[in-house]
Design a protein around this ligand. Structure first.
Ligand code: PHE
Length: 455
């Protein structure tokens, strides 16, 4: 352990509100605004939504509570936390190590997408990506992703910004920024929703989102929904262990996690309410997939009154969402390098930013100079997404659930969850132990097998 990180000097979140903002900031991200509407659109709407809700409750929430509790009890990075909490000689710390790898991989493709979002803030200010013709908006998107320098420069802008915020520390950086940005995100999103609901085909958009049609639901839809629940709640890779280690001792963990889950779901639903009525009103396909946000939406905006301004608002709010998630992703390896390898925080941040820039370049260039460079039939972008989402996150989730339920054990978990008996939540703890020991691991295993193509 580095001498610079003695327990008494360890930083943490300073207020209950700050804890909530930072944790919610991690959960809310491109997952809500880029992935959720795209997946809901592709998988038939409300049926998918309902399954995603169940998956969030059965998988996302229990693992999130487990991670936060482990982190707060150990008050350490994920590797050290799992090491000190497991019996001597056991290699559970490897789960923390795997989490660090997952963080780097996710950041390498996530930062490439955030880079497009930042570029779109710029493009929408200029008005350059705005056209009623989807062919034109597609060409605008392709010209961005196929330009190596544009892709790299925007990615560096993103990384410099995130690194700069982390330099200000846990409370002065992460907490201060997310506390200001999260309310702004809600205001902007709610504004867009109100606007969208005034459109002619608002009812068709809402029906798509809220009246389930189970004919479209098959096993792969179920599994996609479980995977999304996972990615959305930022679980399976130690992010929540890291943030839990910054929680105050009197923080009510289940309550915080429950609030984060509800607010995160609300952001996804608001994003759906903002997007689908507009998509239906102008006769576009809801199933455009990842292109929905960058290609379909600009075409939709161009037909709305104040479309130019609305497009700016939309991409600004997407950037805001992505910043909180990126902060939490980068903080995982930063804390490990700082505590475990003794690097000073600024050095750790610089080292991680450089590593992400190097790995991320391969993803940012996947649509241009590296388009033909493929491993296992995938571009670097596709591979980073695949390995992290389908391999490392689910495996990490299973192992964290099993570790909490079977190794750390019911008694210690129950005591920690109740803040040493101060909160009367023993029944909830028993229920969570059952979910963690049996339900979540089995469900996650199914997701993983599907991701690997065995089901
Ligand atoms: N939850 C974030 C989102 O929805 C992504 C994320 C995954 C962040 C894993 C941290 C860890 O965009």
């Amino acid at each position: 352990m580095g001498t610079s990180a003695t327990p008494e000097k360890r930083e943490g979140f300073s207020s209950t509100l700050g804890v909530l903002a930072a944790t919610l900031g991690s959960a809310v991200g491109l997952g809500n605004i880029w992935k959720f509407p795209a997946l809901t659109g592709e998988n038939g709407g409300a049926g998918f939504l309902l399954i995603y809700l169940c998956a969030t409750l059965l998988v996302g929430l229990p693992v999130m509570i487990a991670e936060l509790t482990l982190g707060r009890t150990a008050r350490a990075n994920p590797i050290a936390a799992l090491k000190t909490m497991s019996p001597p000689g056991h290699a559970w710390w490897l789960v923390g190590f795997m989490g660090m790898l997952a963080a780097f991989l996710i950041m390498s493709f996530y930062s490439a997408v955030v880079a497009w979002v930042f570029a779109y803030v710029w493009k929408s200010l200029e008005g350059s990506a705005l056209s009623s013709d989807p062919v034109v908006t597609e060409a605008a998107f392709n010209s961005l992703v196929s330009s190596p320098w544009q892709s790299l420069l925007w990615q560096w802008v993103v990384l410099a910004l995130i690194g700069g915020i982390l330099l200000k520390g846990v409370s002065g950086g992460i907490e201060a920024v997310t506390k200001r940005l999260m309310p702004l995100l809600f205001v902007l999103l709610a504004g867009l929703c109100v606007f969208s609901l005034t459109l002619d085909e608002a009812a068709a958009g809402l029906a798509f989102l809220f009246s389930p049609d189970f004919a479209k639901v098959d096993s792969s839809v179920v599994l996609t929904a479980v995977g999304l629940a996972f990615f959305k709640m930022s679980v399976g890779m130690g992010t929540m262990i890291t943030y839990g280690s910054y929680f105050r001792s009197d923080q009510n963990i289940p309550l915080t996690a429950g609030r984060v889950m509800c607010a995160d779901l609300a952001v996804s639903l608001l994003a759906g309410i903002a997007i689908f009525p507009a998509v239906f009103t102008f006769g576009f396909e809801p199933s455009a997939g990842p292109a929905l946000v960058f290609i379909t939406l600009p075409a939709v905006f161009s037909q709305l009154p104040f479309g130019h301004g609305l497009m700016v608002v939309f991409f600004v709010l997407t950037s805001i969402a992505a910043i909180g998630a990126m902060l939490s992703l980068l903080e995982v390896p930063v804390l490990i390098l700082h505590e475990r390898f003794g690097l000073k925080r600024p050095q750790a941040i610089l080292a991680c930013v450089i590593m992400v820039a190097a790995l991320g370049a391969a993803c940012a260039l996947s649509a241009s100079v590296l388009a033909d460079f493929k491993l296992m039939g995938r571009t670097m972008f596709g591979l980073a997404d695949f390995v992290s989402s389908n391999l490392l996150l689910p495996l990490g989730g299973i192992l964290i659930a099993l570790f909490t339920g079977w190794v750390w054990g019911r008694d210690r978990f129950t005591r920690a969850l109740s803040n040493d008996g101060a909160l009367g939540n023993a029944r909830l703890a028993s229920l969570l132990v059952i979910l963690l020991k049996y339900v979540s691991p089995v469900l996650i295993l199914i997701v993983m097998l599907q991701g690997l193509g065995y089901l």
